[in-house]
Design a protein around this ligand. Structure first.
Ligand code: ZN
Ligand code: ZN
Length: 389
């Protein structure tokens, strides 16, 4: 059985790989070097490798025994378009590129898991190691799905893991059911009628409509979402006009809407469209709403969230596992895979590091043995060897 002690001998090399990835961050769908490194390592360990899945994605396939069961373990590989200010020796060598979300660590931990399982063969069935590109808003999960991920590499279940700053190293947190928000961006284009600033009677003032509509939109969550549930609708920009003495022709609002419930996301879209049309019409203007889903809500299948928590407890002790972690209003594109194949996503403690997407962030290499032992234990429990073997 996998354990911290059993995976420890691999971890020095994995930390080196992690720091090398950190020094060479690549944006979504540009992960050429990262994907090549992943593929070369998997091949050197005798694992079947499929490159170019959904752009720069890589899938490693490891079979053992005669079991028909198959699991998918998914990590993300991309970095962020931001300037690193961590001051660490292995800091980014690419200006304006940074592994600010720890995907370097996720990649190293999944590589370590592949290495461990290729050495120990402590399972019966098929493990698909899914190295996903472009998680940070570039829809890499959907690209892999469009490229036939789960038809080419069938999985009974699919699993994800993300580091969490503030959660101690060696600790895990998961939440059954809705765990992370869905997210949409929206633009509302209001068209009125421009005129001289001194002749409002000749205008249909889109600035007034924009102001009224911004206020009215604040009723969408407060008057429609049950108080025990959660959603956010923020207007983050209002734009109109160029001159002191011109009532403009048009105004634009933009912003973001988020909720862990798909039904609430749909309700917000419909309510916004109704309010925009109604408020604008009331002033004699028109309004068009462009509501764009970026991420679906991330929903963990409760029984599979339990299985993840049990595997984490087997590795780190039950006291180190929070089985009802906080609802997270951030988003994650692994949700797209969970809509197709049942599974769950867990958080692994990154200790007292800077926040995700902060210029001082760095993945904590102390977490690597916990992550690898956890992944391997999950596989051993999902694809158990019979006692006869
Ligand atoms: Zn991120
Ligand atoms: Zn991330």
């Amino acid at each position: 059985m996998a354990s911290i002690e059993a995976v420890r001998p691999l971890c020095a090399e994995l930390a080196e790989i992690r720091r090398d990835l950190h020094a060479h961050p690549e944006l979504g769908f540009e992960e050429q070097r990262t994907a090549a490194l992943v593929a070369a390592n998997l091949k050197s360990w005798g694992i079947e490798v499929h490159e170019g899945v959904g752009g720069t994605g890589v899938v490693g396939v490891l079979k053992h025994g005669n079991g028909a069961g198959a699991v998918g373990l998914r990590c993300d590989m991309d970095a962020l378009a931001m300037q690193e200010a961590s001051g660490v020796a292995h800091a980014s060598t690419s200006p304006g590129r940074m592994h600010g979300c720890g995907h370097d660590g996720h990649t190293a931990m999944l590589l370590g898991t592949a290495r461990y399982l290729s050495l120990h063969h402590s399972f019966n069935g098929t493990v698909n190691f899914i190295f996903q590109p472009a998680e940070e808003g570039r829809c890499g999960a959907e690209a892999m799905l469009r490229d036939g991920l789960f038809t080419r590499f069938p999985c009974d279940s699919v699993w994800g893991m993300h580091n969490r700053p503030g959660l101690p190293v060696g600790h895990f947190a998961i939440r059954p059911g809705p765990a992370m928000a869905g997210a949409a961006f929206f633009d509302i284009r209001i068209t009125g009628k421009g005129s001289h600033g001194a002749r409002p009677e000749a205008s249909v003032d889109p600035v007034l409509v924009a102001a009224q509509l911004t206020c009215a939109l604040q009723s969408v969550v407060s008057r429609n979402v049950p108080p025990a549930e959660t959603a956010v609708l923020s207007v983050t920009r209002i734009a109109a006009g160029d001159a002191y003495n011109v009532i403009p022709q048009a105004a634009t609002l933009w912003g973001t809407a988020r909720s862990p419930s798909m039904a609430t996301m749909t309700m917000m879209e419909e309510s916004m469209k109704r309010l925009a049309a109604g408020v604008a019409a009331g002033f004699g203007a028109t309004a068009e709403v462009d509501f764009r889903f970026l991420f679906r809500p991330l929903v963990n299948v409760p029984a599979l969230a339990d299985a993840m928590a049990d595997a984490a407890a087997a590795v780190a002790g039950p006291q180190a596992v929070d089985r009802m972690g906080p609802l997270n209003n951030a988003s994650e594109d692994f949700s797209a895979m969970l809509e197709v194949v049942p599974g769950a996503m867990i958080n692994i403690g990154n200790g007292a590091s800077a926040e995700l997407h902060n210029p001082a962030f760095d993945f904590n290499d102390e977490a690597i043995p916990y992550g690898v032992a956890f992944w391997a234990t999950l596989v051993e429990r999902q694809l158990p060897q019979s006692v006869m073997e």
